[in-house]
Design a protein around this ligand. Structure first.
Ligand SMILES: Cc1cc2nc3c(=O)[nH]c(=O)nc-3n(C[C@H](O)[C@H](O)[C@H](O)COP(=O)(O)O)c2cc1C
Length: 230
């Protein structure tokens, strides 16, 4: 099959999505679409290299929002029905909100619109699904209560990206999620993959419900369900 797979800037269900993507790419031609935030967040969670490693070749490209200017020419493949399926996983509340309001002002939202026009079925895994609390995972974080304010910050010294501001925070826009700082700090002041609980907003859940009612779109609860639809 020829598949387009979009990744937006959600940390929730991100590693689970990448795992399924890595499985699917073994048997299918997959073009990977990244929203600007998707590109950044993949780096923060140390997953960007894994995604780029499975791209290369015709219909196996990495399509970046930032490379697609304002009109997103690659989305034309969807309006021409060149893909058998468009998968969006994980999908942020921001992208869901735009889709349900018919907005097409980014690579991802334009591609969903073009898939609808080209009769390409779209599978969407939204991260905001049901009312209530959800456990999610953070990227690397400097835990100030554990930081000993050492004269030489070993974690900062180890970081090739210059992402650590000692005794302050990690600049996530520089962080590539390699985890080296975590190992370098003798006081375990850097956490990675810490679990937190977040509350789902009513507006985001309402938007997900609207998504379920849209033609040509099929909403899945988890990336694990994608395989059943291939
Ligand atoms: C570390 C990190 C994790 C994030 N995780 C989520 C998330 O799970 N769900 C969500 O809706 N937004 C999340 N965001 C915020 C989105 O990246 C932000 O709303 C962005 O504008 C979404 O753009 P996009 O929909 O074009 O990808 C996260 C941001 C950061 C920095």
């Amino acid at each position: 099959m020829k598949i387009a797979w979009g990744i937006t800037g959600a940390g929730h269900l991100l590693s689970e999505s990448v795992e399924i993507l890595e499985e699917l790419v073994k048997d299918h031609k997959i073009t990977i679409f990244l929203s600007n935030a998707g590109e950044e967040v993949l780096k923060m969670y140390g997953l960007y290299e894994r995604v780029t490693a499975i791209t290369g070749g015709y219909y196996r490209e990495l399509a970046l929002d930032s490379d697609q200017s304002f009109s997103y020419p690659i989305s034309g493949r969807l309006s021409l029905g060149k893909y058998d399926l468009f998968i969006l996983s994980p999908t942020t509340s921001n992208t869901v909100a735009k889709i349900v309001h018919g907005i097409g002002d980014s690579l991802m939202t334009t591609s969903v619109a073009q898939a609808g026009k080209g009769g390409v079925q779209t599978l969407i895994v939204p991260v905001d699904l049901e009312i209530g609390d959800v456990e999610t995972i953070l990227p690397s974080k400097l835990e100030l209560e554990s930081c000993a304010d050492c004269e030489t910050c070993e974690a900062s010294k180890k970081c090739n990206q210059g992402a650590i501001l000692p005794k302050t925070e990690i600049n996530l826009l520089k962080c590539i999620g390699c985890g080296e700082c975590e190992d370098a700090c003798p006081f375990n002041a850097i956490s990675a993959g810490k679990k937190i609980t977040i509350h789902m907003r009513d507006i985001d859940i309402e938007n997900t419900h609207k998504l379920v009612l849209m033609d040509g779109i099929y909403v899945l609860k988890h990336p694990n369900e994608i395989m059943r639809h291939i």
